[in-house]
Write a protein that binds this ligand. Sequence first.
Ligand code: KIV
Length: 253
Amino acid sequence: MKTSAEKIACLTAYDASFARLEDEAGVDFLLVGDSLGMVLQGSDTTLKVTMADMIYHTRLVSAVTTRAIIVSDMPFMSYNTPAQALGNAGRLITEGGAQMVKLEGGSELTETIKLITQHGIPVCGHLGLTPQSIHKIGGYRVQARSNEAAKKLKEDAVALQQAGAECLVLECVPAALAADITRALEIPVIGIGAGTDCDGQVLVVYDMLGITARQPKFSKNFLTGKESVADALRTYVEDVKNKTFPAAIHTYD
Ligand code: KIV
């Protein structure tokens, strides 16, 4: 899809009902995100999500998905060493039914990603705003606005690709930086609050249906004016594919 310049439409999914609707709507990549800690469990961070939670929700999604790729988040503290990461990534595949795992972090994950991918498990990286580091970052805000931080983020992106990652999520970074990284990488870059020029877009499904209390700037309520959730999901896929979402108002400088 990157090669043929077809935009990749991604959404989070945490259960069978949403997974079925999203799969039928043409969503390409269902992310069983650890955002479930916030939108399902009511926590103000993703940090309390466990491997048991992730396996359970991945199983619900994989039970009904026939078309989309299922990507499952590795939760906080589940990939502290390469060996621990390999064991837990394997559980998301064998017990949960995921087809790819996602990890937050940069070049420090090189050995971990090499080991996981050498064992046949595809990996998606996640850079920019990495919610599992919230206490280090100090808040949910746009990342890599300085030249130095932008340079480091791009180096990290290249390191993840070289280590074997097959996809990269970029969260809340300036649009120009995301565009530069997207051009520099061969693997698809999926943006969330990362401008219009990434290879694809991902949103938290509860945000784009207006269920969450506060709508992030980078999201949009696709249910407004629609007859059904299925209609809203189809509109999201169309808008990503025809590049009408995200618009300039959803991006950061
Ligand atoms: O957990 C999640 O939902 C995510 C997306 C915000 C990319 O990682």
